[in-house]
Design a binder for this molecule. Sequence first.
Ligand SMILES: CC(C)(COP(=O)(O)OP(=O)(O)OC[C@H]1O[C@@H](n2cnc3c(N)ncnc32)[C@H](O)[C@@H]1OP(=O)(O)O)[C@@H](O)C(=O)NCCC(=O)NCCS
Length: 128
Amino acid sequence: MTSLPTTYPTIRVTAMPADANPYGDIFGGWLMGQMDLAAGSVASHHAGGRAVTIAVEGMKFHRPVIVGDEVSVYATLVATGNTSMTIEVEAWRRGRHSDEAYKVTQARFVFVAIGEDRQPRRVAGMAG
Ligand SMILES: CC(C)(COP(=O)(O)OP(=O)(O)OC[C@H]1O[C@@H](n2cnc3c(N)ncnc32)[C@H](O)[C@@H]1OP(=O)(O)O)[C@@H](O)C(=O)NCCC(=O)NCCS
């Protein structure tokens, strides 16, 4: 049996019928949106201000998400540049009535910290 990671998720939400495609499974775009929200939360916290998505790398959908699943999104800052932050994001599903959990997607989201003028601004490095 596969279990959820032991760390706290950045986001946990129930997949609802309104998030499903015509076949009854969850839209990949909805899941990407949840991952973007989780990564954005980590990026904005680290930047201490506004941060926007500039790229999504290595997105892969391993398994489907079903209506009613509990979806947990784990977002971790793994690198910083001058103005950019790279956040590794995994989404996991757990069946509503089950203890079994599976990783369904993963990707690296790159965010850029921006100022009031919407231009890139420097962020602190990861160390210290
Ligand atoms: C974010 C934005 C202000 C950045 O301006 P820009 O002139 O494109 O930025 P730069 O070329 O100076 O790059 C900024 C940083 O992003 C990185 N970057 C740029 N393109 C990238 C890409 N395709 N993949 C990964 N990183 C990238 C650069 O390496 C740089 O990092 P560093 O400062 O840590 O070295 C501008 O691209 C923008 O407004 N984009 C739209 C963002 C948005 O609305 N997102 C939501 C989508 S609806």
